[in-house]
Design a protein around this ligand. Sequence first.
Ligand code: G6P
Length: 605
Amino acid sequence: MCGIVGYVGRQDAAPILMEGLKRLEYRGYDSAGIALARSKKLKLFKAQGKVQALEAILPEQPKGQIGIAHTRWATHGEPSDVNAHPHPDGAERIAVVHNGIIENAPALKAELEASGVVFRSDTDTEVLAHLIAQSDAPNLADAVRSALRRIQGAYGVAVIAGDQPDQIIVARNGSPVIVGVGNREMFVASDAAALVRHTQQVVYLNDGEVATVTAEGFETSTLDAAPVHKTPVTAPVAQDDYDKGAHEHFMVKEIAEQPDAVERMLQGRLDLRFNSAHFGGLNLTPRELIDIERIKILGCGSAYISACNGAYVIEQLARIPASAEPASEFRYRNPVIEPGTLYIAVSQSGETLDTLMAVEEIKRKGGRVIGIINAVGSTIARACDGGLYLHAGPEISVVSTKTFTSTLVGFALLGLYFGRIRDLAPTAGEKLIKALQALPEQIRQILDDTAAIETAATFCAKARDMYFIGRGLGFPVAQEGALKLKEVSYIHAEAYPASELKHGPLALVTPETPVVAVLPDDALLDKNLSSIAEVHARKGPVIALTHPGVVCAAADHHVVVPKSVPELDPILLGVALQIMAYRCALILERDIDQPRNLAKSVTVE
Ligand code: G6P
């Protein structure tokens, strides 16, 4: 969602800011803007739509060696030029960019209007610009602090002033802010993606911290102006991670990265001596684990679907009752937090607001929660009591691919570990480890021969509606396959447990409704074949996603992937469906990396 970039130094800021905004496009946004300070004056440029629309209204060589820029995802007020950030005060002396939501904006706005302030936009952020401008504090940092002390809600902000054109003030409360350290130039951003081209030396602000950033350095302090000493660290990402390289889209690049991502996920985590797994940061002793009576897994979108898979795998391997729930549903139903329950939060970005709020609700009620997170040091990762990182590298395409796969590997590792503490036999542990080790090569095999997937995709790309069916562990595969397809190709796709087909959706199966049947070679094969026969009898075209040796006479297309153990089969079946969704979207010429209306990290409700 919203993104912040800032620059202060010796170069003209505009090209650096515009390039930064382009790096943040993947997050999803609907307007963009930039503010530059020069000769004690601010210049603002804002445009609804893509960064290119903003580029089109910029003068040829906009001058100014300090500036802030923003991509906005509309929350308060429609997407429009005027609602785009940066927001100035009435005199256009200061400009503010803001990620997050100011919850008490209506009350503050009423108060400001009563004092004669005229608002130009419908945004909550404009409140902050006027509050800063009204402050009689001696410097910009103090003015920002006094304004922020009046704000309730979440924010990551960056502020510049025309009359103090040597500094950017940034602050964080619940929404990330990073300061990038250059050579006599400094950068700010809400996401390392906007910085890595310039520097990997970064400082992560914590909640409640404010930084004054000048070309020569930075000073950090609390909202109450108490100094905080912070040392730059090396950001765990490289510029390459944010480039498509030889690939046409980030989605296909990230699909191709999966063998490496799985290898990284396994690195150092397999315990060959005890046929188990080990983790650095779970912060749970075996004694504590043995007392766990239940596991509840939470996440949103693909993270929630991975949680459905995780609950199944952990329950099978460790014999601990486990279930999954969308984090957004969980947080609003006043959940009972049981002492014997271990909660697991799943999030690629570590920023999804509903997941964060669910974690905070659990912690507020005394529960214990671990995270499966990709973004190192992210808000959710820090809110959890422990957990494991995916180390999959940045995922730029809005739809999740490599992090979904890595999360499934994470659940298999947790299931192995919890299982080996309980009843899982060493031989069963050994078998699972061998299967885990074989995964990267098996994924490579799928990536190396996509002919059958492409044929199926060419067929499916003509459809308006599709069903995905599966049973047991095959059902989350069907769910993720349908989600992926609808996200990138806009083909209407629904997932159903295969057994539920005859209880409703079968009424809609016609020769125009392709059905993807997840058909692993497992104990439920015959049951699945019966469901496929029901579809075939209604002349519904069937794409069977299956294993070598399975004969499905009723299928019109076969996609065959290598066989693993049942707990890991969903990973390989899932990769094939990612490729199928990608190919359909390619045929239909969709905006694959940035599907309409979707955002990479959803930091609002
Ligand atoms: C958005 C993305 C999804 C993602 C979900 C959860 O909706 O478009 O691809 O699965 O957020 O994101 P998270 O970062 O918490 O995994």
